[in-house]
Write a protein that binds this ligand. Sequence first.
Ligand code: TYM
Length: 323
Amino acid sequence: MARILTGIQATGVPHLGNILGAIEPAINLANDPKNESLLFIANLHTLTSIKEPEVIRENTYAVAAAWLALGLNTERTIFYRQSDIPEVTEMTWYLNCFTPFPMLANAHSFKDKSDRLSDVNAGLFDYPVLMACDILMYDADIVPVGKDQKQHLEMTRDIAGSINHNLGKETLKQPEASFDENVMIVPGIDGEKMSKSYGNTINLFQTDKKLRKNVMKIVTDTTPLEKPKNPDTCNVFKIYKLVASDEEVATMRKNYEAGGYGYGHAKQELYEKLRDRYSEPRERFQHLMDNKHEIDQELEKGAKRAREIGRPVLSRLRKELGY
Ligand code: TYM
């Protein structure tokens, strides 16, 4: 039995990139009875960029509600909040002491964020070590993430390798990353990677009217309606491909290539696809956000189970380190 683990930050209501890149693949893996899985909300990581307590709390609920609404089975999956596991911050300290400074200083995401953000704090710098700890504390075998997290996964393996080498024994398990090749990076409405920090997301969990408006903002070129269009360079088509069936995608491709089919038509089809494909999760999400005690119950149950797995790993490491 493989132990699968993944996390998502509490930076806001999960967007389509999070859903297709992480949440759905993770739920599919978790629902496979051959696996044991842990899924968590990385709300300690969130403090690197968000400082308002109410926003952190609300975002944590929104992420939890999205996972639950999209079909996470909490009997089978251990579902918890990172902040309910205080052991993770203790263990991060130990990992820090085995993490070379240049490895963190050269991390792509740190370089990118430190160029863009005004609040460049030590937590932001140390982000990958807390993430490594999230994984290593539970002896995870497989970590399904989007391609943007590849370097963080490599760092996790390096940190575990460095500790094992220093201690002269296999104290921490080195996990494998797992990427869904079909999804890779979900493009946002401007064609860049969909990301809250780029302001280019599609948010499924809003009213039909707002969702439609959101989809209509997808950036396209100026090829006139009657002319044939290249679907492979079009942002609308790229997103449609990720949510529609093969047959539907083939039809849209034909329409693009034939001409007389405008970007407005394609956007309307994409909007309808999203609306219909996610109609149940969207309703369930609203229900949970209006009944947050139901979310709390699930998360508290998960934290208890997660600590039962994490504590022995931390004890093992403490002992090996001489504490
Ligand atoms: P976060 O919250 O930025 O992203 C959560 C997951 O969504 C994926 N993702 C995407 N995939 C495809 N296309 C996109 N446009 C897109 N945007 C986001 C990310 O790859 C990720 O899998 N550092 C993590 C959170 C974390 C974590 C962990 C993950 C903390 N500890 C331990 C795994 C294991 C992050 O930034 O997630």
